[in-house]
Design a protein around this ligand. Structure first.
Ligand code: GLN
Length: 489
C-alpha cells in the first residue's frame, strides 16, 4: 500500500483499524516530499523534521489516552500567506522573507486544536497576485502532471503538493480564482467558500472584500471534512458570518435527481479551448444521465467581471500593502538618507514587478481625479454582477462553467504578458465579486493528458448543494481512479 495515495478519510479508517499509526503516515509523507520536492518545488518552508517529532509525541499521547479526535495526527500543508506562530510566513515575497508571525491565523489554530500536523508552508505568487505561481520571489512550482507546465496560481504550491501526494490535503486562499484555477490545472478538488464563512484573521490581506481561505483536496469528501474544520464565526474577523454549524459531509448524498443546473452560454464562447469545451459538454451529459435538469441561459457578467475585479482588487491591495513600509515588517533597505528614501527604497527593492504594477494601478483608480470614473464605477458594476447571479439562482440550484478557459500552460509563456495572465481568471473572478461559493473538480484530460476542471457555483452559503453535486459527479466519473500525474519532464 502506498500511504500517500490515500485520501484523508481513508487514512482515518486505517488509523481506526490500527493498520497504520500516526508516525507511519507522517513518515510516508516526509519520504514522499524528499523524493518529489526537487522536481515539484511546492514548499517555501519545509517542516518535515518537526512534523516527525510532533507525530511521535501525538502518537504517545494518544496511546496513553490523553488525546483523541478523528483528525489527530493527520498531516496538512498550508499556503504561505496564513500566519503560523513560530514559523515563517513569507507570502513568497522578499518583503517578508524572514517574517515570523507572533500569532497563528484562526484557521491554523483550528487545525492545531485537532492535533493536525503541519508539513510546511506552500509556495504561491507573491502576495497571492498571479495565476501561475511564477511570481514567487523564491521558486517556480512545477505542475506534477508535466513539469514543464505551471501549476496555476496563486495557490500553486498547495495544489501541486496535493496532486503530487506530498501532503494529503492543503489550505489555499482565493481572491479571484486562486484555489479553483490551480486545482483545475493540477487535477484536484478546490473550494472557495462563501465570503464570510471562513475567518480571514491571520490571512495576509490582498483584497479584503474578495479573499477567502478554502480546502484543496484529493476528493470531495475530504473537501467537505476540511471545510467542517475551518468554517465558523470568528469575532476577530468583522466580516465573518454568524451562522449555525453545518456538517458538510452529511450533504454528500450521491444523488442529483431533480437538481436544476444552469449553464451560462457566455462561459462557453470565444477564448475557451475546444478540448476544455468538449470535456465540459461531456460532463453536462453525465449530469443529465444522473437525473439533473440542465438548461442553457445567459449570465451577462463575463465581459465586465474581469475589469471590475482588477480595479477593486488592485485598489484594495494598494491600501492593504501600505503597511509594508520598512518600519513594521522585516525587510528594510540597508542604506537611506531620510524617511522618504527609506520607504521608497524598501518598497522598490522588496516588491516584485506584479505587486508594484497592482499598487500603482490601485493607487491610480483611488486617486481623487479618477475615483469616480474607475473605482466607484467598478463598485456599481459589482452590484450588477451580484444581481445577475441572483437572477440565475431564482431559476437554478447551481451554475456550471469551466474553471479556466485552458489547461495548464507552459512555464514562461505568460509571465511577461500581464493581460494574458489576467485572462486565466475569466471564469472565476465573478464568483468572488458576488461573494458566492465555487468548487472546481477534475472532469477530464486533454490530448496531452493535462487535467481539465469544471466549476460549480452555488448561491450564498449553499456549499452543501455544490458539494453534493461535485460528489455525485466524482462517484460517476472516477477521475482519480483513472488518471494520475506522471511527472513528465
Ligand atoms: N489570479 C488572480 C489575481 O492575480 C487571482 C488571485 C487570487 O485569487 N489570489 O489577482
Amino acid at each position: 500500500m502506498d500511504i500517500t495515495e490515500l485520501t484523508v478519510h481513508e487514512l482515518q479508517e486505517k488509523l481506526k483499524s490500527k493498520e497504520l499509526t500516526i508516525t507511519d503516515i507522517t513518515k510516508a509523507y516526509c519520504d514522499r516530499i524528499n523524493e518529489k520536492e526537487k522536481d515539484v518545488q511546492a514548499f517555501v518552508t519545509l517542516l518535515t523534521d518537526s512534523a516527525l517529532e510532533q507525530a511521535k509525541e501525538i502518537q504517545e499521547k494518544q496511546e496513553k489516552g490523553e488525546i483523541q479526535g478523528e483528525f489527530t495526527g493527520i498531516p496538512i500543508g498550508i499556503k504561505d500567506n496564513m500566519c503560523t506562530k513560530g514559523v515563517k510566513t513569507t507570502c513568497s515575497s522578499k518583503m517578508l522573507e524572514n517574517f515570523v508571525a507572533p500569532y497563528s491565523a484562526t484557521v491554523v489554530e483550528k487545525l492545531e486544536k485537532e492535533n493536525i500536523i503541519n508539513l510546511g508552508k506552500l509556495n504561491m505568487d507573491e502576495f497571492a497576485m498571479g495565476s501561475s505561481t511564477e511570481y514567487s520571489y523564491f521558486k517556480k512550482t512545477k505542475n506534477p502532471w508535466n513539469l514543464n507546465k505551471v501549476p496555476g496560481g496563486s495557490s500553486g504550491g498547495s495544489a501541486a503538493a496535493v496532486a503530487a501526494n506530498m501532503v494529503p490535503w492543503a489550505l489555499g486562499s482565493d481572491t479571484g480564482g486562486s484555489i479553483r484555477q490551480p486545482s483545475s490545472f493540477c487535477g484536484v478538488v478546490g473550494l472557495k467558500p462563501t465570503y464570510g464563512l471562513v475567518s480571514r484573521y491571520g490571512l495576509v490581506a490582498f483584497a479584503s472584500s474578495l479573499d477567502q481561505i478554502g480546502p484543496i483536496t484529493k476528493d470531495v469528501q475530504d473537501c467537505a471534512m476540511l471545510l467542517n474544520l475551518i468554517a465558523g464565526h470568528d469575532e476577530k474577523d468583522s466580516t465573518s458570518a454568524n451562522r449555525p454549524k453545518v456538517d458538510y459531509t452529511k450533504a454528500l448524498k450521491n444523488d442529483v435527481r431533480g437538481l436544476k443546473i444552469g449553464v451560462p452560454k457566455e462561459f462557453f464562447g470565444e477564448g475557451i479551448n475546444p478540448e476544455v469545451k468538449e470535456a465540459l459538454e461531456k460532463s453536462i451529459e453525465v449530469y443529465k444521465n444522473l437525473g439533473a435538469e440542465i438548461e442553457e441561459f445567459s449570465l451577462d457578467v463575463a465581459n465586465y467581471a474581469l475589469a471590475t475585479y482588477y480595479i477593486i482588487a488592485c485598489a484594495e491591495a494598494s491600501s492593504n500593502l501600505g503597511r509594508f513600509d520598512g518600519i513594521r515588517y522585516t525587510y528594510r533597505t540597508p542604506e537611506f538618507k531620510n524617511l522618504k528614501e527609506l520607504y521608497k527604497k524598501t518598497r522598490s527593492e522588496a516588491f516584485g514587478a506584479e505587486v508594484k504594477r497592482r499598487i500603482i494601478l490601485g493607487t491610480y483608480v483611488l486617486s481623487s481625479g479618477y475615483y469616480d470614473a474607475y473605482y466607484k464605477k467598478a463598485q456599481k458594476v459589482r452590484t450588477l454582477v451580484m444581481n445577475e447571479f441572483n437572477k440565475g439562482f431564482e431559476k437554478y440550484d447551481i451554475i456550471l462553467t469551466p474553471t479556466s478557459p485552458t489547461v495548464a500552460f507552459d512555464i514562461g509563456t505568460k509571465s511577461n504578458n500581464p493581460l494574458e495572465m489576467y485572462l486565466a481568471d475569466i471564469c472565476t473572478v465573478s464568483v468572488n465579486i458576488a461573494g458566492l461559493p465555487g468548487i472546481s473538480i477534475p472532469c477530464g484530460v486533454d490530448k496531452e493528458k493535462m487535467p481539465i476542471g469544471m466549476q460549480l457555483i452555488g448561491n450564498r452559503f449553499c456549499e452543501e448543494t455544490i458539494l453534493n453535486a461535485a460528489y455525485t459527479f466524482e462517484q460517476a466519473v472516477k477521475f482519480r481512479e483513472t488518471y494520475k500525474p506522471e511527472f513528465k519532464k
